[in-house]
Design a protein around this ligand. Structure first.
Ligand SMILES: [Fe+2]
Length: 262
């Protein structure tokens, strides 16, 4: 057996407990040595309280996202970092629903989560964050994160491997220094590619670090049914059913936006 360590990283769950269960089943079957969740457990989907017992039962190590930071401090909005009114309109619907439906017990638990986590794996320093090392709600997009910017960010934060989420779109880049950035994508909604699956990231640490984005199929029709039952916006349900984003689009850089339908 080669001496490797396999770790699974889950981006925003956005209350998609069905996708979380499917991803955990897959990660365990593929012998993951560690399971990590990068925050934003609620938002967008139905029944936020269903996510937390699943995370704890599976032994997932979690950090806060902007959602946990906001919910646990009683903030009035998600601090998602959007600037356009249409993005903020839907973000507020999402946040108000999630804040109302998340029990105070779980809000207290969120407060205990760290905002970042550091691991040492096969001699490499791995830093887990939600947005970026400098801001919980910074969007690290593939098209607007040049190599020099990422090199400096990883050097400044003393990380060989940076794992983040928050944007909703998975990507990775190996930097000239040998450092690596991985945006793990999200489990909460599809990646705006016309496919209904969601994604998580599997990193294998050995002599090199390899990154694999794993597609997760789950019962998206059941998720859509639950969302309808909870009277969540039709726009959100359309995204789950078609794989195309219909909201929170204005924040997308031009390149990422071009790949979507809207
Ligand atoms: Fe986020």
């Amino acid at each position: 057996m080669p001496d490797v360590t396999r770790l699974a990283f889950f981006g925003g769950v956005y209350s998609n407990s069905l996708a979380l269960e499917a991803a955990l089943t897959h990660a365990k079957r593929s012998s993951a040595d560690g399971l990590y969740a990068l925050g934003d457990f609620g938002g967008f989907g139905p029944h936020p309280d269903r996510v937390f017992p699943i995370l704890l039962d599976a032994g997932v190590e979690s950090i806060q996202g902007n959602y946990e930071e906001s919910l646990s401090s009683g903030a009035e909005d998600c601090h998602c970092g959007y600037t356009d009114p249409r993005d903020n309109h839907f973000a507020q619907i999402s946040y108000d629903y999630t804040a109302r439906k998340t029990s105070s017990e779980w809000k207290r638990w969120m407060r205990t989560l760290p905002k970042t986590r550091r691991l040492e794996v096969a001699g490499r320093k791995v830093l887990l964050v939600h947005g970026s090392p400098r801001k919980i709600n910074e969007f690290l997009w593939e098209s607007t994160s040049p190599v020099s910017f990422l090199e400096k960010m990883l050097a400044d934060s003393d990380a060989d491997v940076l794992v983040c989420t928050h944007t909703g779109l998975p990507w990775t880049r190996l930097l000239p220094s040998g450092r690596r950035v991985v945006n793990a994508g999200v489990l909460g909604r599809p990646a705006n590619d016309g496919r209904t699956n969601v994604w998580y990231a599997r990193l294998t640490f050995g002599r090199d670090v390899s990154v694999e984005f794993v597609p997760v199929e789950y019962d998206h029709e059941e998720l859509a049914r639950r969302m309808r039952e909870e009277r969540l916006p039709g726009e959100f349900i359309e995204t789950v059913s078609t794989g195309w984003w219909t909201t929170c689009l204005e924040i997308l850089p031009a390149k990422e936006r071009e790949r979507g339908r809207y």
